[in-house]
Design a protein around this ligand. Structure first.
Ligand SMILES: [Zn+2]
Ligand SMILES: [Zn+2]
Length: 367
């Protein structure tokens, strides 16, 4: 790796050194107020990236009113992750070219490259066509144009606030600036490194992205990264109610307050349909190398089951649409029908899982 962005390198190195060098002095002025101040600034800065930069701007998973946008754009100054426009630009490249040479933080170049080293080498070419939609948003354009001033104003303000609250300029600087920035940076970087390395590939087995519940805790819900890469338009990353995804809860709560709207959710049936078609493609590709009698039988079974699944899914989707437009007295009957169609689809899904899992064991490929 060759360092090209010396300014970035010097900045990251300098604040890590400062964190170590100032630790003994900070211990002398330690207070729990400073810890709370750190947590508040860390959560605000981190969530501005996940709620705002990532799900609102980069993926347009929902839309927000100007007040909400400004909250996000201003608090993102706590994260030091460039403007929303540039961040979204790079992130869209990551999704479009995941695991390829064009991926800015490709895990194929190694764990530490994906984590932080890419920042020092990455060529900062800007292709406006990738973010044409965001360039029409005056708030995003203004934040990009005056990013340095936003950064300075918010961080100086936060420093003096921390000083007033903790009674120590050093405690405010150490916990409310250095530690906060380091934690936000590493947690964001973990998504590119750990969340492309350790975890489960439940939704897109062809990608390096994984679902990792521990990372979800550290990254405000972004740890369900395999699902996210498979269905990036969804405002949720953790799709089950028990998945720890405070970013989705915040967006949901903001919608209830009328601050955001148009939350995009990928229908569960669509998710299963995509899994069936990906499984089938992967297994058939694998079988094409050794097509014995057993494999031919398996191929037939897969074809048959996937058609049944497709048909059942289409009927259920149509019934759900009908239910949406139904009058209240029709609803009860339709709900009963939906329930039985769903149960029938689930039976086919269970059968699919059984067949594909035993095929993966028999033919020894990762499933
Ligand atoms: Zn990723
Ligand atoms: Zn993303």
């Amino acid at each position: 790796m060759k360092i090209k962005n010396w300014d970035m390198f010097a900045f990251v190195l300098a604040y890590h050194i400062a964190l170590l060098a100032l630790l003994p002095a900070f211990i002398n002025v330690f207070s729990w107020t400073a810890v709370v101040f750190f947590l508040v600034t860390y959560i605000l800065g981190g969530m501005s990236i996940t709620v705002g930069y990532h799900r609102l701007y980069a993926h347009k998973a929902y839309s927000a009113n100007p007040f909400f946008e400004w909250c996000v754009l201003l608090s993102s100054a706590l994260a030091f992750e460039m403007s929303a426009l540039k961040w979204s630009h790079d992130h869209r490249i990551h999704h479009n070219h995941c695991d390829t040479e064009k991926d800015p933080y490709s895990i194929k170049k190694g764990f530490w490259y994906a984590h932080v080293l890419w920042l020092f080498e990455y060529k900062r070419d800007f292709d406006p066509s990738l973010v044409a939609d965001l360039m029409k948003n005056p708030r995003v354009v203004m934040q990009d144009k005056h990013y340095g001033k936003f950064l300075l104003a918010v961080n100086v303000g936060v420093f003096f606030l921390g000083w007033a609250l903790t009674g120590s300029a050093l405690a405010s600087f150490y916990m409310g600036f250095l530690m906060r920035m380091a934690m936000i940076h590493h947690c964001t970087w973990f998504i590119n490194s750990l969340c492309h390395t350790y975890g489960a590939k439940t939704f897109a087995r062809e990608l390096s992205a994984v679902d990792n519940a521990i990372m979800a805790v550290l990254t405000f819900g972004e740890g369900y990264h395999n699902y996210h890469h498979a269905f990036a338009a969804d405002y949720r990353n953790g799709i089950r109610w028990y998945h720890f995804d405070p970013t989705k809860w915040t967006i949901w709560a903001a919608a209830k307050l009328g601050l955001v709207k148009g939350l995009r959710v990928i229908n569960e049936i669509t998710v299963l349909k995509s899994l069936v078609s990906k499984d089938k493609k992967m297994i058939l590709e694998h079988l094409s190398h050794d097509m014995d009698d057993c494999a031919a039988e398996l191929k037939l079974k897969l074809e048959e089951l996937s058609v049944v699944f497709e048909e059942k899914a289409a009927v259920l989707m149509a019934k759900l649409r009908e239910l949406k437009q139904a009058s209240s007295d029709q609803k009860k009957q339709l709900q009963v029908e939906v329930k039985s169609l769903r149960a029938s689809l689930n039976t086919t899904w269970d059968e699919w899982v059984e067949v594909t899992s035993s095929a993966s064991k028999q033919y020894e490929f990762a499933h």
